[in-house]
Design a binder for this molecule. Structure first.
Ligand SMILES: Cc1ncc(COP(=O)(O)O)c(C=O)c1O
Length: 433
């Protein structure tokens, strides 16, 4: 009989070993432990505009009707509550000013998930084997690039300018992959197209058909269909309510998956995400979802379906947009006042027209990383930010820019925004030479 081996560790899977703590979680812990710290880091939403009264009214109306209450408190289906999926299909049509045929979709294309993060995860589980390639913008949404790293994907990035991902850069990258004999591992292109987290940049509408054409041109070299994942988490948060049409509107080959969420425009506590996916992908995603939770919180789905059908959602989104528009202006004014004269040729920031983030670029000699002198000084003066380097995926062959900062005005009050920027400016000036 062999002696049992003494080991200190369980037999973790390769995926577990590839998974690391999200870097931002350390910062969340810091902010929670120290209430006097102003956090312009975590992407939480505005407290004051959370729809407390509306959700209470909707929940009351559902729960006071016995049949409706029982349906909402029972298990639902894996793909999501049918009435909600109908509402969502109409919602997608409204946003793109088209009809079902225009989107090439019916209710079977619609999937409801526990936040859009779950949908990102499910699509990744469905498509990605270790070594497969996913192309993203540079920078990109860092929680998802962490998911890709866990899955063993190789992330390659294309350049962005103030209008989003540059089509020529995507073309050049795909050409490079083809020349290196690697394009057959390319599974998906992932783009955050509206008020991007972290840069707040929106992809210009005229680039969308160009990008689809580029993918089409490279498609013959790839043995499977290349998926275009459009993460439109901030689509409804343009301050003036206008937004480009989605990729799906220009998609003639059924390769676009549209992902949206109620977390930012309604309430993250409902944790509802949704997608319009090519049908065969939707079927595969639903199979994966069956392994994970076989259905998203049914009560949250009933509440949200009522919010959409009654018009409460549309009214609420208008309120949220206005709230973020005001807070954004407060942050921009504070940056102008505190950093407007600080090495002005090398210090710039984006001026968002929607969403929750400002992307600050400091002079190249100022390192903003988590172990930098600046990060420590900001903490000492009582504020935290997200170091920009977290937002740049590990693309082999690229050196991450070191002098960027993601700032968010989502959660902080106007007073806290002003104070947070003042503290940041004090720290920046202190470490500058
Ligand atoms: C770009 C982007 N996509 C997806 C998500 C996931 O959000 P949720 O899972 O709450 O829908 C977030 C959250 O911040 C995000 O910024």
């Amino acid at each position: 009989m062999t002696e049992p081996q003494s080991t200190s560790s369980f037999g973790y899977s390769a995926a577990a070993n590839r998974t690391h703590r999200q870097p931002i979680s350390e910062m969340m812990v810091l902010a929670l432990q120290n209430p006097s710290l102003v956090s312009l880091a975590a992407g939480l939403v505005d407290y004051d505009s959370l729809p407390t009264q509306a959700v209470r009214t909707l929940a009351d109306s559902i729960l006071s009707d016995t049949d409706h209450a029982r349906a909402a408190l029972q298990y639902g289906t894996t793909e999501g509550y049918k009435s909600l999926r109908h509402e969502l299909l109409e919602h997608f049509c409204r946003l793109d000013e088209t009809d079902h045929a225009g989107l090439g979709a019916d209710i079977d294309n619609i999937v409801v998930t526990s936040g859009s993060q779950e949908l990102l995860y499910l699509i990744t589980q469905t498509l990605i084997d270790p070594g497969d390639i996913v192309i993203t913008g540079y920078p990109s949404y860092f929680v998802y690039t962490g998911t890709l790293a866990s899955a063993g994907a190789t992330v390659r990035c294309c350049e962005m300018d103030e209008n989003g991902v540059i089509p020529e850069s995507l073309d050049a990258l795909m050409t490079e992959l083809a020349a290196a004999g690697e394009i057959d591992r390319l599974k998906a292109i992932y783009l955050v197209t509206y008020h991007q987290n972290p840069s707040s940049i929106t992809l210009a509408e005229e680039r969308k058909p160009q990008i689809l054409e580029i993918i089409e041109a490279h498609q013959p070299a790839v043995p499977h269909k290349i998926l275009l994942m459009e993460d439109a988490a901030y689509r409804e948060l343009s301050y003036d309510a206008s937004a480009p049409f989605s990729f799906r509107k220009f998609d003639t080959t059924d390769r676009v998956a549209m992902l949206q969420t109620f977390s930012k425009p309604l309430a993250p506590g409902l944790k509802l995400g949704y997608g319009l996916l090519p049908k065969d992908l939707a079927e595969q995603v639903i199979l994966q979802k069956g392994n994970i939770d076989f259905g998203t919180c049914n009560l949250a789905q009933h509440i949200t379906a009522e919010a959409l059908a009654s018009g409460i959602y549309a009214k609420h989104v208008a309120k949220v947009r206005a709230a973020y528009g005001e807070k954004c202006q407060v942050m921009l004014d504070a940056l102008d006042a505190e950093l407007g004269e600080f090495r002005p040729d090398e210090t710039t920031w984006t001026r968002p027209d929607g969403g929750m983030y400002v992307w600050l670029t400091l002079p190249e000699d100022i390192d903003t990383g988590p172990d930098s002198v600046l990060c420590a000084a900001a903490l000492k003066h009582g504020m935290i930010y997200v170091p920009g380097e977290f937002c740049f995926p590990n693309d082999p062959g690229r050196v991450k820019p070191k002098s960027k900062i993601r700032l968010t005005f989502g959660l902080a009050s106007k007073e806290q925004i002003r104070e947070g920027i003042r503290r940041l400016a004090v720290a920046i000036k202190e470490v500058n030479g």
